[in-house]
Design a protein around this ligand. Sequence first.
Ligand SMILES: Cc1cc2nc3c(=O)[nH]c(=O)nc-3n(C[C@H](O)[C@H](O)[C@H](O)COP(=O)(O)OP(=O)(O)OC[C@H]3O[C@@H](n4cnc5c(N)ncnc54)[C@H](O)[C@@H]3O)c2cc1C
Length: 551
Amino acid sequence: MTDHPITMFGPDFPYAYDDYLRHPAGLGSVPAAVQGTEIAIIGAGIAGIVAAYELMKLGLKPVIYESDRIGGRLRSEPFKDGAGAFAELGAMRFPPSSRALFHYLDLVGLRTTGFPNPLAPDTPSTVIELAGQKHVARHKQDLPPLFAAVERAWSAALAEGADFPALTRAIRLRDVTGIQRIWHRLVETLDEESFSGFIAKSSAFRDLGFRAREVFGQVGFGTGGWDTDFPNSILEILRVVATGADDEHRLVIGGVEQLPRRLWARTPDPIAHFRSGTSLASLHRNVPHPGVARIAPAADGKIAITDRYGNQRIYSAAIVTCQVWLLSARIDCAESLFHHDLWMAMERTHYMQSSKTFVMVDRPFWRDQHPATGHDRMSMTLTDRLTRGTYLIDNGPDQPSVICLSYTWNDDALKWLALPLDERVRLMLHSLRQIYPDLDIAKHIIGAPITVSWESDPNFMGAFKANLPGHYRYQRRLFSHFVQQDLPAHQRGIFLAGDDISWTAGWAEGAVTTALNAVSGVLRHLGGTSHPANPDPIDRWAALAPVRLSE
Ligand SMILES: Cc1cc2nc3c(=O)[nH]c(=O)nc-3n(C[C@H](O)[C@H](O)[C@H](O)COP(=O)(O)OP(=O)(O)OC[C@H]3O[C@@H](n4cnc5c(N)ncnc54)[C@H](O)[C@@H]3O)c2cc1C
């Protein structure tokens, strides 16, 4: 089975985006008469940039609007005077199972290195501190037996409640029939189930008692505490685990924001319609258009986009990649452009909150040995204290390095929301001092700290979507909207893409793949087709469509 690595293939829509992307025939073509047609792209995050790049290659002219900055939630914030040190404020760790994302990382020549997750091969040491008890570990086996029991219980729960060995085997083998047989049944039986309900009802966890669930909630299944996800639909968690999204994470050397920026500057070859040397940057004179204030229907089934300064342009098609709450909360978007069922799905979208705070330090001092214990002075740290997850980014001996003092979600993130930056840092250092009483982290800090609370940023309003129990139908409506042949004419030509539309929100892979769906939608809308040798997501829709639950 090692020949068949786990990839983010399905399970809801098991379409091979990686094969589609690398096929020499390309993504399709549009008639010569429509080449050069302008297509509005709202948002220059990775979904908007990928969609724009691929449309440009096909000879269509993307017009990108961005209210903040290129990259969106791929945001690598440099420390001021930081000699290249940066803070990954949004996405920071990427599973190799993200095959479409890695297609683009490879295309633009970005390299990755192991991310220092808890107990990961590239992590020198990990401290797990729960209920005042501190455990130092290099490997799982260094932890007390309860941790191994919890890990076994999680595997047993997955096998018992979600047919996991068979499901992951089918995903590895890209056995579409096998995936659909298992996954459709899981959707039907588990849509209303929460993550915490699923584990509490499993016989393995029931036998171990509440303490085991508490430990599981703090330590999770790989990358840290997942108890802030406990209220979410178990289907969300099963997607993550079944597709290896939480495994073998990679850090992009130099920062992931380089990906959208390099695609923006890249000159594809071959390119249809445009002269060679054309890039998204050159089409935009190096700067995207300002943020969008209004989206409205225009004559002949076209779409009118008005920017924040009142400039209006009319488009044959538009791709919206910003978070969907913004369509009612921040953009004056005509109601008639979407069916009420779709509006309902947008309004019910549930976001995780997330906060991160980073400091730059003089050097990776954590690798020093403690004179009494012989342990590293400091380790990647998981705790039930305010900080929850502390990650150490080593930029090399004697180089300014970076500590993510705290990475939190939901209630844990809300605890930081009202606090100014200095107060956040003070409290985080206080928490860490309880775990490392004789270590003075502050004396190593250089430069100004960096913090983010995504929910307080009006261009986002949340970190990333996470469906609650009972949300499957909403998710299906959002995801399937790019297949438009059954929509009334006045609702065609506007496409949704990005993290909110994806089945695996919170992973950039879903932003990329939904952008490709939107590209195939725009192609069809303008009378184009895929190449017969390389069927696109719309060609494969009838065979692969996500299961439909009764409405
Ligand atoms: C804290 C955090 C941690 C994450 N961790 C990971 C991870 O480790 N691994 C991983 O793979 N993924 C991770 N993700 C998810 C990943 O960042 C997203 O899936 C991806 O970046 C989303 O890209 P997008 O293009 O869909 O959306 P965005 O990046 O949000 O792009 C949408 C763009 O629209 C813009 N916009 C908003 N309003 C308007 C307007 N009116 N007009 C024009 N533009 C507008 C926004 O400014 C933004 O740039 C994380 C996300 C967050 C927030």
